[in-house]
Design a protein around this ligand. Sequence first.
Ligand code: ADP
Ligand code: TMP
Ligand code: ASP
Length: 238
Amino acid sequence: MEERGLRKVYEGKAKILYDYNGSGDKLIAYFKDDATAFNGQKKGTIINKGEYNNAISVSLFKLLKNNGIESHFIEKLSDREMLVHNLKMFPVEFVVRNYTAGSLAKRMRVEEGVKLLSPVVELYFKNDELGDPMINETYVEAFDLGKIEDVLEAKDTAIKINEILKNFFDKNGLLLVDYKLEFGVLNGKTMLADEITPDTMRLWDKVTLEKVDKDRFRRDLDGVEDAYKRIYNITSKI
Ligand code: ADP
Ligand code: TMP
Ligand code: ASP
């Protein structure tokens, strides 16, 4: 990429961002095969993850757009690259849950896989060093993490997205257990950004309850690549 004269703006755990045309208003998001868990404490590689996650995100951003949800996505550039608007990101992770799993199951000391009576929405401060602590709306105002009305709008959008994604995966034999979204602002407009992939969602087979997401990597289960491939195959029909 640097060979192509592109300036690297940021390298994270799963993606690299490059400035597209020198103006800084558009970015190329390059999806890596690197996999991390537990805020970077566990590291590994998932073969072809970059290609699967780029394609899966592209398809899901298109599905959301068809259902009235705008995102940073502009176009797919290559197997591992998408062009996106450069947003001023909220340093906040929005997690939506339909079933108990992961940190919610631990926090509430309940079994995994219990259907929640209504979706749970959580906000986390995006900061690896602090281990992404859970926050709420009052932190957003008190620590100036974004305009409160923008963050509340993002939270509403995260819940709207739930209906669209839950129905899509349900039709394709999967339970949408939970997922993480990130949002930012472009010209005063709050917009969905980052990625929607098996790295950032928990998906379980409706019949066998088998995990079809990054939990296979987190929990040292086999068939990690096959899980990503299954989600790729499902979303490539969008
Ligand atoms: P992390 O930073 O958590 O290691 P990634 O490796 O996925 O995660 O890096 C991608 C980074 O790009 C994230 O920090 C995310 O907040 C940021 N990002 C995602 N979409 C955009 C966008 N449209 N504009 C600016 N930054 C973005
Ligand atoms: P959790 O149960 O570990 O809090 O995770 C909830 C959901 O959010 C799960 O689908 C994985 C996703 N997630 C991320 O994408 N990034 C993160 O840093 C964390 C902690 C979770
Ligand atoms: N995304 C975080 C990490 O890369 C946590 C996770 O997905 O488990 O460490």
